[in-house]
Design a protein around this ligand. Structure first.
Ligand SMILES: C[S@@+](CC[C@H](N)C(=O)[O-])C[C@H]1O[C@@H](n2cnc3c(N)ncnc32)[C@H](O)[C@@H]1O
Length: 291
């Protein structure tokens, strides 16, 4: 386990957008006591725990009704040997072994399995956000409906500056969908309507979000092939959580969710298979004021 608490700069002076009193009603370190595996990294000061693990080994060990919000950016199963354009060059679309499709049925079983565990650990009024492209989002939506999640919004994330389509046989892919869903139909989900309105020039915020892909400065800690922009996660964290809430990301990658959580003084549990991405996560979390 890496414990780099002392290396992380305290962020007590950082301004946050939601200034309500922090009430640590429960904490991630007592939740983690139920998990036999030691964390790969923990930071008591900023309330962060990272596990190097398959999420199917960690999620079932967490107590039910314990997590306030989940953001999941799962494998999209789009690594099929194709090509895309990056910085004007033709590059392979392959993201890693974890992103290779297992076939429609297996993909559904995988998706349903982790979504079921996530639903169990969410608090009664908790909510989940799941991102995806056409390769996986219908599978996710169908699994969510079958499990009894209550879908609150399907956000269309417009990527503003997408790479061109090389084949010229399709429209340029420029959106991803992010499903926001409550644990079930009885949930009274939290939505910081006023702040979202304020962030949108005092007009109701639409479910169409124009946010650029992560720029160079967000990638200086290491490259993750599917890193999400911090602006996207900031918005999600602010829209649906309060100070001190517990946020979990079962496919944390370079921990964009964790960075947004720490910035806004939420607690964070991240799970990731690959050590390389955890190292990037730790660098980002250590340099929180710049990311
Ligand atoms: C789409 S990426 C997430 C990127 C992340 N949102 C970010 O901003 O960096 C999915 C991640 O899930 C990891 N992964 C895939 N299968 C996993 C599993 N069963 N358990 C835990 N992590 C997994 C992959 O290694 C990959 O880093």
């Amino acid at each position: 386990m890496l414990n780099e608490t002392n290396d992380i700069q305290p962020n007590t002076i950082m301004p946050t957008l939601t200034q309500e009193k922090i009430t640590h009603k429960k904490d991630i370190f007592s939740l983690a006591k139920n998990i036999p595996q030691s964390p790969y990294f923990e930071d008591k000061k900023h309330s962060v725990i990272l596990f190097k693990s398959d999420c199917f080994d960690i999620l079932p060990k967490l107590p039910g009704n314990s997590i306030d919000m989940i953001f999941a950016d799962p494998p999209y199963f789009l690594s099929n040997g194709g090509f895309t354009c990056h910085a004007g060059k033709m590059v392979s679309v392959n993201k890693g072994k974890w992103d290779i499709s297992k076939g429609v049925e297996e993909n559904f079983i995988f998706t349903q399995r982790w979504l079921r565990e996530c639903q169990r650990i969410l608090t009664p009024n908790g909510a989940i956000w799941v991102s995806g492209t056409s390769h996986i989002i219908y599978t996710i939506g169908s699994a969510m409906q079958g499990l009894g999640y209550k879908i609150l919004n399907d956000i269309a994330w417009f990527k503003v500056n997408p790479p061109p389509n090389l084949s010229c046989r399709y429209f340029t892919h420029s959106t991803e969908t992010i499903l926001w869903a409550a644990k079930n139909k009885y949930s009274k989900h939290y939505f910081n309507y006023d702040l979202m309105r304020k962030m949108n020039n005092n007009k109701q915020m639409l479910s169409l979000w124009s946010i650029k892909a992560p720029g160079f400065l967000e990638k200086i800690y290491g490259k993750h092939p599917t890193q999400k922009p911090i602006e996207l996660l900031n918005r999600i964290v602010l829209a649906s959580t309060k100070h001190g809430d517990i946020i979990l990301d079962p496919f944390t990658g370079s921990s964009t969710t964790g960075v947004a959580a720490v910035k806004e003084k939420r607690q964070f549990i991240g799970i990731e298979l690959e050590e390389e991405y955890l190292r990037t996560s730790i660098k980002r979390l250590k340099d929180i004021e710049k990311t």
